[in-house]
Design a protein around this ligand. Sequence first.
Ligand code: SAM
Length: 257
Amino acid sequence: MVNDYEQFIEKIKVKTGIDLSLYKEQQMKRRLTSLYEKHGFKSFLDFYRGIEKDNELLYAFLDRMTINVSEFYRNGKRWEVLEKKFIPELLKNKRNLKIWSAACSTGEEPYTIAMILSKFLPLSEIKILATDIDENVLQKAKIGAYHERSLNEVPIEMKRKYFQKDNDYYVISDEIKRTVTFKKHNLLSDPFEINFDLIVCRNVLIYFTEEAKNSLYNKFSNALRQGGIFFVGSTEQIFNPGKYNLEPIDTFFYQRI
Ligand SMILES: C[S@@+](CC[C@H](N)C(=O)[O-])C[C@H]1O[C@@H](n2cnc3c(N)ncnc32)[C@H](O)[C@@H]1O
């Protein structure tokens, strides 16, 4: 018999194209149950009926199923490795790097890449693709206003140069914004571009099932040019990277063979 959650998964897939079955079940169920209980629903199906009638609920659902926490220079030491070791290496061959921040949330990650690259290149030569499944976060990313807490790891000179304080918010400068193109993209169902020199995909694969991860590693690997670099999150080492034609080159960095 198809259970309550499985029916919900089916209906959400038809309505939104989002396939919840590719996300770890216990974790997702817990997040969504607390949301629907808060709104007074008794079951997933009951919740779905509510979603059908009320767009606000649909948005609350989308908000809750994606976990959007991010910050600039998240796990600072790793970004230092990118800056000191891999960016110079990539720039040895060419200046116009093709870069993708996949699951970029509210923009802290692609903007961090832009600030790091600004040490090597004029901003006008920097182009970064940044994608996420969640339109709300992309909207916030384009506005580029942040609470101080997400700037904790930003080097002081970058903070001075590229942020302007507006009441409680720090607003990122237009010249940094212009380096990033934000697009809606579902990692689990949309096609990937190819020939990337650098792909940064951090703190999202942990939410996916092993099967989904497996297929994503293949897709990321194929999206990199030979010698291209894949930078993952700090709990997301790839078990058996050779299987995907990837070689570990530093902690949380892999190179396409
Ligand atoms: C925890 S944030 C990570 C943000 C940033 N990469 C970082 O490490 O700070 C996870 C992001 O993954 C996005 N996400 C979840 N499922 C996705 C999918 N199937 N395709 C693309 N993005 C997805 C969420 O919307 C969320 O913004």
